[in-house]
Ligand binder design. Structure first.
Ligand SMILES: Nc1nc2c(c(=O)[nH]1)N[C@H]1C(S)=C(S)[C@@H](COP(=O)(O)O)O[C@H]1N2
Ligand SMILES: [Mo]
Length: 322
C-alpha cells in the first residue's frame, strides 16, 4: 500500500477558504451552471469565489470583437468553474479549486524546430499586448457540452510568423507546463495522462484566421484554470485541441503527438474537427448541451465556422480523418 506524505503546502481548499465562500462555491457547482443566470447574487458569489481562487486578474486593453456569434455569453462563473484541465485533476471543479497553485508570472515559451528564429522567449516577447482583440467564440467539448466565451488575445498566425517558419514545417506542436509542484494532477500516482499535455495543428490550420492565442477572457487576464497565462483557442475543433498554459511551440515536419489522440486513437483523432456526422464511438455528436441552457442544441458542422475553415479539408474524408 502506497502512503504518500502530504507536504505542508498541499492543504485542501476548505482549510484555506472561509467556510461561507467554500459552501457558496460548492452550491454553485452542485446546482451546476444551468442555474447561475437565475441566481440573483451571482455577482456577489463571483466576488467571493474569486477572492479564494484567483489571483488579481488585471484588465486587458483590447479592441472590440469582429468575431461574435451573437449568442448568449456563458456566465463568467461557469466559464471559470466548470473546466477541463487534467493537470489539476479530472473533475470539472478541480481546476477552479487547485489551479491557484500555478504561477503564471513570469512565463517563458520555448520556440524550436524548423524556423529562422528559435529560442526561449518571455511571454511579452511572444504576445503583443498592445494589439489584443476580443473574440467571442463557441467552445464545443468532445464530451457533448458547449459554451460561448469572450476571449482576449491575438491571432495565432501573427505570433507564428514572427519566428519565420521554414517551408518544410508542415505542422506546429504545442506543450503545456508539466510541473509536479504546481499541478497536483501531474504528480498523482494514478496520474491520468502522459505529461506534458501535447497538441498540434497542421500549418495551414494554424495560420487560419480563426486560430487564436488567448491571454484573457471577459476583458481580464486568464484565470489559471482556463490556461493562464496563454492558451490556444481553435473554435472549429473539439475543446481538447485548445491546449492550455503553453510552454513550448515547435515547428515540425510530420504530424506531432497529441495527448488524447495518442491515448485513445480510435476515439480522438488528430484533426478532431467538430462534426455532427461523425460520432464518438461511445456517444453521438449530433447534439450538445449549452451550459446555462435547458435541453439540447444541434451541433453545427465545424462548430458553426464552416465558412472560414471548410476549404482546409477539401477532398479529405472526414470520417477517416476525424
Ligand atoms: N493542458 C491542458 N489543456 C487542455 C485540457 C487539459 O486537460 N490540459 N483540457 C482541454 C479540454 S478537454 C477542453 S474542453 C478545454 C476546456 O477549456 P476551458 O476549461 O477554458 O473551458 O481545454 C482543453 N485544454
Ligand atoms: Mo473537452
Amino acid at each position: 500500500m502506497f502512503i504518500r506524505k502530504k507536504p505542508s503546502w498541499q492543504i485542501s481548499e476548505n482549510e484555506v477558504t472561509p467556510e461561507g465562500v467554500y459552501l457558496n462555491r460548492r452550491k454553485f457547482m452542485m446546482g451546476a451552471a444551468a442555474t447561475v443566470g437565475a441566481v440573483g447574487s451571482a455577482a456577489a458569489v463571483h466576488q467571493l469565489a474569486n477572492a479564494a481562487t484567483e489571483r488579481t486578474l488585471m484588465p486587458l486593453k483590447h479592441s472590440k470583437s469582429a468575431f461574435d456569434p451573437s449568442e448568449t455569453l456563458t456566465p463568467y462563473e461557469a466559464v471559470t468553474q466548470y473546466n477541463n484541465f487534467y493537470e489539476f485533476g479530472t473533475d470539472k471543479s478541480d481546476p477552479a479549486e487547485h489551479a491557484w497553485r500555478l504561477n503564471p508570472k513570469p512565463w517563458e515559451i520555448k520556440v524550436e524546430g524548423m524556423a529562422e528564429i528559435t529560442g526561449t522567449f518571455a511571454l511579452e516577447d511572444v504576445i503583443d499586448f498592445s494589439a489584443l482583440e476580443e473574440r467571442i467564440y463557441r467552445l464545443r467539448c468532445v464530451e457533448g457540452w458547449s459554451m460561448v466565451i469572450p476571449w482576449v488575445g491575438v491571432p495565432l498566425a501573427s505570433v507564428l510568423k514572427k519566428f519565420s517558419p521554414s517551408a518544410d514545417a508542415r505542422y506546429v506542436a504545442f506543450e503545456t507546463l508539466a510541473d509536479r509542484k504546481q499541478m497536483p494532477g501531474v504528480r498523482g500516482f494514478l496520474s491520468s495522462l502522459d505529461w506534458p499535455y501535447r497538441e498540434g495543428l497542421r500549418m495551414d490550420e494554424a495560420m487560419n484566421e480563426l486560430a487564436f492565442l488567448a491571454v484573457g477572457l471577459y476583458g481580464k487576464e486568464l484565470p489559471n484554470q482556463n490556461g493562464a497565462p496563454v492558451r490556444l483557442v481553435v473554435p472549429w475543433k473539439y475543446g481538447f485541441k485548445s491546449i492550455k498554459s503553453i510552454v513550448k511551440i515547435a515547428f515540425v515536419k510530420s504530424e506531432p503527438t497529441a495527448t488524447w489522440n495518442q491515448m485513445q486513437p480510435n476515439e480522438y483523432g488528430f484533426y478532431s474537427n467538430v462534426n455532427p456526422e461523425v460520432d464518438h464511438p461511445r456517444w453521438s455528436q449530433r447534439t450538445e448541451r449549452r451550459i446555462g441552457e435547458f435541453g439540447k442544441r444541434k451541433t453545427l458542422m465545424f462548430n458553426g465556422y464552416e465558412e472560414q475553415v471548410a476549404q482546409l479539408y477539401a477532398g479529405m474524408d472526414l470520417k477517416k480523418y476525424y
